[in-house]
Design a protein around this ligand. Structure first.
Ligand code: ADP
Ligand code: ASP
Ligand code: MG
Length: 402
């Protein structure tokens, strides 16, 4: 029997009506003669609400207890959906991440899946039941609950599809596909019929929330074709797959915005060999991802090291660098979180000149100042003031639409 994995995000299971809407989609798929494994997220803003609740108790929560708390949201959704399917006469069983066999590494809050033991899911499917799995959670080697990081339910779904060699993996959300920009920000953004794993991975990493970047990484690794579609509007969505190449003749597949960015500047460090190594290995040990790096040219034997980190890691990066400033010989560490990264992505830019110039022209015409630039084969990112980010996205999108 064909196996279909269906993932439903928070807005798709927001309330009673939405849960029954999801239950009908799942039951129809099941009744059409498919095995169905479902992954659910926490309802609506539940995860944010839980974070807020923890904040009412402490500003320094234990990472372990935080994951115990956050994993509860998905468990509410899975039970309610199983009950709704029962009401529709569709046999269903809900499983937590650990009942479903998700084994992760130790990193609370950003755990990576190490293994998925599919025995329990497979045996429930064999009994001809819909299996509903709580997304975004697993168990580490100490038998402690872990969560996979924000948006991690997408990754849970892809992992199940990969491990069980599903025939389809459908990611249902509140938009009907992947667009050339966030349709909430750019109303005339266009829906893409197809996008390659590589382009989607860049877009997701650069801030397009519609898919979690690790889910795309995993899908590419195991060749799991994804379908992004709406749980409310039954139209065809966007296919994410390997090696799609310019069939739509589009140079740029999308514009993305990321506001989870901070600029760190270490001023006046000695201009000697090994300085970058010292600074970045220290941050690496703390698992802080450094993205765009700028180094000023030397003056009077000193230079400045300027780079970006996720804003969510800015405070810890600041603290570590201050503690080690004496070791580096620097004068000052500055952190600025009022910045955003705006990026364009498209495999087509590898073989076309003038793409960067067009982006910079659009920014110039919109009077947006560029503070840092980074490029790879299929993307160009600029760092700008956060207040100008939305305007920049609209201007760049319009420039490439012409
Ligand atoms: P879910 O709760 O279903 O996981 P998310 O909120 O994580 O949904 O992702 C869907 C949202 O992603 C959309 O509501 C949309 O605003 C946003 N988004 C950002 N960039 C894009 C894009 N390029 N295409 C489609 N949606 C996008
Ligand atoms: N509920 C989690 C979050 O809000 C996981 C997810 O929705 O994918 O990030
Ligand atoms: Mg999501």
């Amino acid at each position: 029997m064909p196996l279909i994995v269906q993932k439903f995000g928070g807005s798709s299971v927001r309330d009673r009506d939405r849960i029954f809407n999801v239950a009908r989609i799942v039951a129809n798929t099941f009744n059409a003669g498919n095995d169905v494994a479902v992954v659910v997220s926490a309802q609506g803003d539940t995860t944010d609400d839980l974070l807020e609740k923890a904040g009412e108790i402490t500003h320094n929560p234990s990472a372990r207890e935080m994951d115990v708390l956050l994993s509860s949201g998905e468990q509410i959704s899975m039970a309610l959906l199983a009950m709704a399917l029962g009401e529709l006469g569709c046999p269903a069983v809900s499983l937590t991440g650990w009942q479903a066999g998700f084994e992760t590494n130790r990193s609370y809050g950003r755990a990576r899946i190490k293994n998925l033991n599919t025995e329990r899911i497979a045996s429930e499917l064999d009994k001809r039941r819909v299996v509903i799995v709580a997304g975004f959670q697993g168990l580490n080697v100490n038998d402690d609950i872990t969560t996979l990081g924000r948006g991690g339910s997408d990754t849970s779904a892809v992992a199940i599809a990969a491990a069980l060699r599903a025939d389809r993996c459908q990611i249902f959300t509140d938009v009907d596909g992947v667009y050339t920009a966030d349709p909430r920000l750019v109303p005339n953004a266009k829906k893409l019929q197809v996008i390659s794993f590589d382009e989607m991975l860049e877009l997701a990493t650069l801030g397009a929330q519609v898919l979690n970047n690790r889910s795309v990484e995993l899908a590419k690794k195991f060749g799991v074709e994804l379908e992004v579609l709406s749980s409310l509007n039954p139209v065809s969505g966007t296919i994410v797959r390997e090696g799609y190449d310019m069939m739509e003749g589009m140079l740029i597949k999308g514009v993305a915005k990321d506001t989870n960015v901070a600029v760190v500047s270490i001023l006046d460090v000695p201009d000697v060999p090994g300085m970058s190594f010292k600074v970045f290995s220290l941050l690496g040990q703390k698992k802080i991802n450094v993205d765009i790096i700028l180094q000023s040219s030397g003056r009077g034997g000193n230079k400045d090291l300027i780079f970006t980190v996720p804003a969510s890691d800015a405070a810890i990066a600041h603290q570590i660098l201050l503690e080690n400033l004496g070791r580096f010989g620097g004068k000052e560490v500055l952190v600025d979180t009022n910045v955003a990264k705006v990026s364009i992505v498209g495999a087509g830019m590898q073989s076309h000149s003038g793409v960067a110039a067009k982006m910079f022209e659009a920014l110039y015409e919109a009077n947006v100042n560029v503070r840092m630039i980074s490029t790879s084969e299929i993307k160009i990112s600029v760092l700008i003031d956060a207040a100008e980010a939305d305007r920049a996205v609209v201007a760049i999108h319009a420039a490439f639409e012409e």
